[in-house]
Design a protein around this ligand. Structure first.
Ligand SMILES: [Zn+2]
Length: 115
């Protein structure tokens, strides 16, 4: 288990989460390809906000069942969450994690465009 600390660019939104990377994806769907997310899926409840939980905007499109959350000030995409069979799941944008060497991670390319 590792403690990861996430922050947006301006520092208004900060949270930490403890866990181990199991499955990381880079997806080519309409929003992921523009936002350049690298996603790690966890339970939304596992995020421990230091600040800025009320400083997030919510963007929804299509079926509107996913909440794409970004910092109100610097617009960095922090995570996306939505209900998965009664549990609120979140895809965290691990690019917002401090001191993470993305070149050392095993990232799966996910064909979300085909869905
Ligand atoms: Zn910010």
């Amino acid at each position: 288990m590792t403690l990861y600390k996430a922050s947006c660019h301006c520092g208004a939104v900060k949270y930490s989460i403890e866990g181990a990377f199991n499955y990381l994806i880079e997806c080519n769907c309409s929003i992921c390809s523009l936002r350049a997310h690298i996603l790690w899926f966890v339970n939304l409840d596992d995020l421990k906000f230091e600040c800025g939980e009320d400083h997030l905007t919510t963007y929804k499109f299509g079926k509107k069942h996913l909440n794409h959350r970004s910092c109100k000030t610097c617009n960095i995409a922090m995570f996306t969450h939505g209900d998965d069979k009664g549990v609120e799941k979140a895809g965290l944008n691990i690019r917002t994690f401090a001191e993470l060497d993305l070149s050392k991670l095993d990232i799966t390319h996910y064909d979300g465009k085909a869905l």
